[in-house]
Design a protein. Structure first.
Length: 330
């Protein structure tokens, strides 16, 4: 399998794994991805080996084609289907080569996924891909595993704090500037959660997120706890100790929701129907009436109205729904 780029996109592609093994129990699945996603995939028992593509090496495409040809795969599934992954698939030597029939890339494949873009949630798109190439869909869940080390670190953290506390996770990180809900709104949401449910907010943060996380903590005071700096994997381990999570549209959101932690995703520039948390355990919220909502811009050219003007009552209504649909009583 091939899937490059965003961690969230790679996470959503894991919906195919159980289905492939269900139809082909003897299949040995290798996964070609980029370094940020590799550690997550290495924990998945259904994956035999994770191969890493280095986009900074201009000779990488030739070396990867040679490496893949040596492995003599029967089937290559290209779930990314950009020009580079198409070249790798075409040069793989595999008898069966599956990809999306996008312009300029059809030549690389002899099995084709759906042609439509922007019509399906990414998770559903991958399942439609399987059906198009003749693999029956029996499983619709993503498949990720938290490492033993991350689980143990989370356990030590919770053991060091009051055993009587219950937590919700606040996850202020994210990739695009435009997708990051402002700290003041996160603090407002966390405060309302405490007032209604008496849940302490556990603010999860990783590289590049500390300033926002600390700002939220300072505004919330004693009703919030700042986690230690976490790796992506460790953030997932921490989140599994929480009742639910509130997160931006981000890689951490997709990871946490894939671990079956009930998750409310805050959306501004992106469409929750296409990029929201995948599965029936989760909810999304956004300021639908805003004229620039779902702008898909990397950087906001206005004043973050999509988050700053989002009524906290609307967020709380979605949290109520999240808890009800998951049978959670607090």
């Amino acid at each position: 399998m091939i899937k490059f780029r965003g961690i969230g996109d790679v996470i959503l592609s894991t919906v195919v794994l159980k289905n492939i093994k269900s139809q082909y129990p003897e299949a040995v699945i290798d996964f070609l991805t980029e370094k940020p996603s590799a550690q997550l995939l290495k924990e998945i028992p259904l994956i035999n080996e994770v191969l890493v593509y280095n986009f900074s090496n201009r000779f990488e495409i030739a070396s990867k084609i040679l490496e893949i040809r040596r492995r003599k795969y029967d089937l290559v599934i290209d779930l990314y289907s950009n020009p580079k992954s198409a070249q790798i698939t075409f040069g793989s030597g595999a008898k069966f080569r599956a990809g999306f029939p996008y312009r300029g890339r059809r030549y690389a494949y002899n099995l084709y996924g759906p042609a439509e873009r922007g019509k399906h949630h990414a998770g559903e798109l991958h399942l439609l891909f399987l059906e198009k190439i003749g693999i029956e869909v029996k499983h619709r869940d993503q498949y990720l595993v938290v490492s033993k080390e991350a689980t143990e670190k989370a356990a030590r953290f919770f053991d060091s704090h009051s055993v009587n506390l219950k937590y919700c996770a606040l996850v202020p990180g994210g990739g695009w500037e435009s997708k990051r809900c402002d700290p003041v709104k996160f603090a407002e949401i966390g405060t309302k959660i405490y007032e209604k449910y008496r849940l302490t907010s556990l603010i999860l943060w990783g590289k590049g997120d500390f300033d926002e996380a600390e700002e939220i903590k300072n505004m919330m005071g004693d009703i919030a706890v700042l986690s230690p700096e976490t790796s992506f994997m460790e953030m997932g381990g921490m989140a599994t100790g929480c009742v639910f999570a509130v997160a931006n549209d981000s890689g951490p959101m997709h990871f946490i929701s894939a671990l079956s932690v009930p998750t409310l995703a805050l959306h501004g520039p992106t469409d929750p129907a296409l990029q929201g948390p995948y599965g029936k355990k989760h909810q999304t919220v956004r300021l639908d009436e805003l004229d620039c909502i779902c702008c898909n811009l990397l950087k906001c050219n206005r004043k973050h109205e999509c988050f700053l003007n989002l009524p906290v009552e609307r967020v709380m209504s979605k949290i109520d729904l999240l808890l009800t649909q998951n049978g959670i009583n607090i």
